[in-house]
Design a protein around this ligand. Structure first.
Ligand code: FUB
Length: 322
């Protein structure tokens, strides 16, 4: 059958904008899950039958060994194997008060809106800071929700200027939102229902031995889990509690050092009846490294008493979720 050229052109014009909105990742399956660009610091959010994966973007050209990160990325999947990119929902420049360094982040839903908490280098307060952006759609576009940082380095005392990084957010059963973050010291504070202001003092989490960074807090069967990067190069360890205010009981290691990367940075979700451990390594041949990282996914398994089995990192990754 011959299709008239005018007809073909009108069809292409009609689907063009839709194609521009999403980009399929080539060759799905296995780890790393995204093979056409470097992705780091995963955070994931389940919305109905879809998982949204938010990552940093390692842009350092080889052989540079330093973080070059100017934007965050968003991918979605209905099976944890086939991922579609939604470019580019948030950049450092969307926070006019920020200077650089699109470091770790997390998105959470509340009242039909989506709040993206992200670490950046502040433009005028020396050190790292945490901003929050908001959108009506999980894939954005996101815009700065405050016009200023939610957390600055001046609000916390530490010997280092990069202690205010790696935000993770959770809302408890009573609707109280909590923000956790930190490097070398794990801190937390309650958030107001508007999700853009602190609702009380900044406090310190105790009982996390050799805490480095990358806290991630999740709930499963009535337990709260605070997983975090420990030591350097990083392994992932975890603690459990019945309350987000603690006390947290340290339970040991969850994941070993990830291949070819001195950081590991995990996210944990339940989806379609299985639990997933999402992290990064430096495994892409030939230029993968601690500064050209790639997100991977493997299964997470619970023991009957709620404790976690050690993660098995694999190159095969996970099977399509049904
Ligand atoms: O990507 C920059 C930093 O490296 C993150 O904030 C840390 O968690 C580590 O992964």
């Amino acid at each position: 059958m011959r299709i008239p050229l005018a007809c073909l052109v009108s069809v292409l014009l009609a689907v063009g904008p839709a194609l521009a909105q999403t980009t399929a990742s080539p060759a799905p399956g296995g780890n790393p899950i995204i093979k056409n660009k470097y992705t780091a610091d995963p955070a994931a959010m389940v919305q109905g039958g879809t998982v949204y994966l938010y990552t940093g973007h390692d842009e350092a050209p080889a052989p540079q060994e330093r973080y070059v990160m100017h934007e965050w990325l968003c991918f979605s999947s209905t099976d944890m194997v086939n991922w579609t990119e939604h470019p580019v929902p948030l950049k450092v420049s969307d926070f006019t008060w920020a200077k650089d360094d699109a470091w770790a982040s997390q998105v959470i839903a509340r009242n039909g809106k989506f709040y993206w908490y992200a670490a950046v280098e502040h433009g005028s307060v020396p050190g790292k800071a945490i901003g929050v952006a908001v959108a009506d759609n999980p894939a954005g576009p996101f815009k700065d929700a405050r016009g200023s940082a939610l957390i600055t380095n001046a609000m916390t005392e530490s010997k280092i200027s990069w202690d205010d990084i790696d935000p993770t957010v959770i809302i408890d059963k009573k609707g109280q939102a909590y923000l956790f973050w930190g490097n070398t010291i794990c801190r937390y504070a309650k958030l107001k229902a508007n999700m853009t202001e602190l609702d009380g003092p900044i406090q310190t989490v105790t009982g996390l031995p050799r805490f480095t960074e990358a806290p991630w807090v999740h709930e499963h069967n009535g337990w709260y889990y605070l997983s975090f990067a420990t030591e350097f190069p990083e392994k992932i360890a975890y603690a459990m509690s019945r309350s987000l205010d603690g006390p947290w009981e340290y339970k040991g290691l969850l994941n070993e050092i990830a291949g070819n990367s001195n950081t590991n940075h995990q996210a944990i979700i339940d989806f379609k009846g299985k639990s997933y451990f999402i992290y990064h390594n430096g495994g892409i041949n030939t230029a993968g490294s601690s500064y050209r990282r790639s997100v991977c996914i493997d299964y997470l398994n619970y023991n009957k008493d709620g404790t976690l089995k050690r993660v098995q990192m694999t190159t095969e990754g996970v099977q399509p979720a049904k």
